[in-house]
Structures are given as structure tokens and as C-alpha cells.
Design a protein around this ligand. Sequence first.
Ligand SMILES: [Zn+2]
Length: 662
Amino acid sequence: MSRYYLTTAIDYVNSRPHLGTAYEKVTADVIARYKRLAGFDVHFLMGNDEHSQNVYKKAVEEGLHNNPVGYCDRMEAEFTAVWKALHCSYDDFIRTTQPRHKAAVQKLAQAAHDAGDIYEGVYEGWYCVSCEAFKPDKDLVDGKCPVHPTLTPEWIREKNYFFRLSKYRDRLMKHFEAQPSFLEPEIRRNEILRLLDAGLEDISMSRAGQSWGVPLPFDPDSVVYVWFDALINYATAVGYGTDEARFATWWPADLHIIGKDITRFHTVVWPAMLWSAGIEVPRQVFGHGWLHYGGQRMSKSLGTSVDPMEAAAPKFAPDAGPDPIRLYLTKEITYGSDGDFTWERFEERYNVDLANNLGNLVSRVVSMADKYRGGRIAAAGDGGRLAGVAGEALARYRRSMDAFALHDGVAAAYGLVDATNGFIADSAPWKLAKDPANAARLDAVLFEAAEAVRVAAVLLQPVMPSSCAEILRRIGAPVTGDALRLDHAAWQSAGERATIPGPPMWPRSVPPGDLQLAGPAPEVKIQPAKEKSVDDKSPAAPVAEAAPAPPAGERIGIEDFLKVELKVAKVREASAMPKSKKLIRLLVDVGEPEPRTILAGIAEGYQPEQLVGKTIVIVANLKPRPMMGTESNGMVLAASGPGQPPILVAADDSLPPGTRVG
Ligand SMILES: [Zn+2]
């Protein structure tokens, strides 16, 4: 089996991770899970960067100056709790204070020293403590670090050991030319090429007069500079300095996932360090963009940070687990570019992508199988149109995921979900079920829909592992769990499926704003309804059926309004009612297993054929009511001025049937 070794950046532990930090880990986890699905033997590394002066300062602030590792222990527990809550499937979690890492750092520093690449000198210049980096004048803006404009950089003059980075410029340029995919996306590569063109200076690789860090093997009074130390973690974790056979098995790393701001360290400094020590360089580095919050850089001090624990159990769907935020971070942001998060947008995507779209599709397929076939879907031979769509989705998904276009991979899977929803609407299984002559066709439709859902769940598994396992279970997929492979995304025409019903996987959220409305009552007025006779002779027939209503002008509370369930519906069929001038008989799709019949008093405004395909709004939770020998199951919303024909309240066509309005 081919091996795949991927890593994330390791984090300073002077504060808890925010959603921007989590963005990197979640997307790396999606790649790790995709590689496992594709059949690789994956080693996925995450970890913490503890030899930072910021970390040491924080430990001192907390009264742990004698025991900074104790502070780091506590932070490790906090970090790993977050990563576990987000279902990050790392195989190893490294900490740079571990003995294995000290061995690796000393080995590599000694090797570079032996190669003549480390020399003693004096460093004098600006230092940003928050970046833990020396800042040449040209990198300062108004004398401040551009990343930390509230801090004043320190002027430092001390004995330092320098690493001969300048020596490796030509080799780096050749490497970038020979390996165009070494650094992606391309915009990041171009930045580094410009930097190499401008020439490289040697860099400091030690700090004097400090105890927090790994002592230099050739001068124990100095410690290795935190960045030089940190980069080596990728080699440590697979045995460098402690288990050379294991190191030979897993090195070079296949992929370093990092933020776009640290590409220079990873694609210039790190390869030079490795070459100096006679080690191969990693195959690929991917620099992702930043996640913003409402258009602003995510930062605790600015109050623009989001707690990933809260995102993994959002108020609007507390039981949904981390899959909704994993889907958001993967689907809504072009991987490699900056992205944005707001709670409002997160909730909106949850309702559209999960509650209304995928969740509704799963419920529909399972409940139709239950209702028409007692939960057993017979194999139906060669697939119809969805088999072709699924094949194309799989090809596009593979192409995209292999190129780290994660957003596009998810879009490919969602294309299949959309096509399946459309297929059900067009095939109308509820109609087929009425005539036993259509039994074979009904079997074929149910099987095809269930098989398409199965394929979509295989493709989405790296993004939403627990939800997809549940979908596969409910639709009776033969293979689930760790045994699942990308090969299983091929269309299967055989095998009866035993479906398992369950509650909605992603209940639609009730926007918290609606429940918390205070102050003036919302502008909802209910006109006193005229009692409408069943033979419908009264003029200006109200579209609404009669209901007890408060006197005109009286305000109602939001709790009354919330009792009314308004939903988006699509008109599938419309026909005139023989003995009525006002009523039209509608068959509408409300995202339920079967369409509903609703009698609507809109004949003075519409010809039946104008209505088919319209996206409208209905009151979905009215008690069924017999009218003119038919049962009307709901009510459409329409407006009409005095003496004017009624006009339907329309909804945007992009809203899937069943979307809640309110
Ligand atoms: Zn800085």
C-alpha cells in the first residue's frame, strides 16, 4: 500500500485555538481522510510548538516559571480536546518539549554544523516577540510589525549562530523550477520566486542567554531558535534522531499544510536545513488562506475570534456535532484563498445544505422505501440517468481532491445530491405507487435514488465522517466505517438494500432572533377571515381558509406566529375545479415523500397551466379540511387588493421544497 505522510503547522500554546486555527486542522483532516478513502496508508501529524518565549512568558504569568512544561501539559489537554471535538483523526500529536524532539533537533543542528553551514556572529536588529522573528527594517510598517501593530519590536544585540541560508539560493531556485508543484497554490509559489530573485541572507538559528529551548550541541549556553527547532518536528515525528529505520520508511513527508504567512519558513529555510543535514526535502507544501470573521482578521484581542467548540455544537443545532462546521469550512471557502465566517451565514448554509437538501433527501428515500416496500429496496439492474451523473461526480471529485480543490470536490458530491432530488421530483414515486402495474418502475426509481445517495455519502465521508456513516447505515449500504474505500463510490446495480428509518438528521434551525424578539411586536396582522362556504359563491373568496382570529388590529405575540409553519412548495400539477370559479386544485411538493393536494382560491388570477413549476409559500401545518369532495392539505399564501385578482406570494426558485419560511 502506498504511504502518505501529511502534517499541519504546530501551534504556539500561549492561547486557546480559535476557528481560524481550526480551519487548518479540519481541512488537513479532510485531506487525510480522503487519502485513507483512496487507499493510502496515511500518517497524519498534528502538534504543539512549546519552545516559544511567548509560551514561557505565559507560563510565568500563570505562576509556573519553575514548571513551564506543566503549563504546556494543560494547554495540550485544551488543544487536543478541541481537535477531538472537531473529529480530527491525527495519528500522532507531537510536542516540541518531548525528548524525541530534543534528540532530533540536536542531531540536525550538529549535522548542519558539521557541514560548515553554521557560524558564530552577532545579531543586531529588531525582533517581534509575538512573531518570534527578527524583522529587517524593510519588513516594518511605521516601525511596527505589520502582523502585530500594537506591539513595539525589541532592539536586540546578542551572540548568535547563523545558518548559511544564502548558500542554498541557487539550489532552491532549481528545485522550484524542477518541481512546479512543490509549493501550491500558484500565488504562493510566485511570492517565493520573487523572494529568491531578490537574494537570501543568512539567518540566526540560536538565541543566547535563554533556558527555554533545546541547547545547541556545540554550545550548550545557547538554545536553538524556536523556528529552527519547530520545523524539525516533522522529521522527529517519524523517527529522525531516534528510529532511523522508521524515518527511512516515512520520509520525505508528502504534504505540509500551513498558513500562507509561513511559506518562507517551509519552502526556503526548511529545505535548506534538510539539504545541509543530507536529508531529502518534503514533496509538497500547501499554503492555505486565512479565515476571517465578518470580513475582519480573526483575533482574540479584536474580539473577532470564534470558539471552535461553539462551532462544533452551534446554538441553532446543538446536537449536530462537528459535521456542519466541517462542511462549511470545506465547501464555502476556495481552498488556498481567504474565506469568511459569520454565525448567520453558517446557520443559513446549515439549513440549505443539510436540513433542506441532503437531510431531506435521505429522509425522503428512507421513508418512501418504508412506505412502499416495507424498508426493502430490491436491486434493479442497470442504473438509469443517475448512474451517469454519479460516474461524472466521482471523476470530478477525484480530480478536485487530488489537486486540493476541496471546495470543488464537495461541489461534485452536492451535484449528485441535487440531481437525485430532481430525479425523485420527475419520477414521482408517489404516483407510481398508486398503480401495481408500475411496481417494477417504482422499484427501479427507489433503488436508483438510494444508490445515488449511497455514492454521495461515500464522497462526502472525508468531510462529514459521522453523518455519512449514519446515512450509509440508514440506506442499508453494504460497506460502512473504516472498510469504506473510494472504489465503493462506483455505481452498484446489485444487492437488496434494507433501509432503517430515523429522525431528521439535521432538523431545520429556528433562528434565535425569532425566539428572542422583544419590544414592539412583529408586523403580523391577521385579517378577520370571512367564513367561506364550501360551494364557494362568496365574492372575493379569501385564499385563506377561515380560522379563529383576533379582532382586526390586535397584535399577536411571536409565539402565536411561530405556531404557523410556513414552507416553500413547488407546484407540480394544477387543474381547475369543475364546479368552482375560484378554486384551483394544486398538487405541491413540500419536500415530503408525497406531494400534497391543496385547494386554492386563486382561479380569478391564474390559469392552472401558468402555475406548474412555480415556487410558492404554503401554511404547512393546517389541519386537513374537506372541500368540494376533496381534502385540502394546507393553504397557499396569496395577496389581493380590493376587487383585484389574487397574486401568489412567490419564493425564490433556488429554495428547495420544504424550506421553512419565517
Ligand atoms: Zn509580529
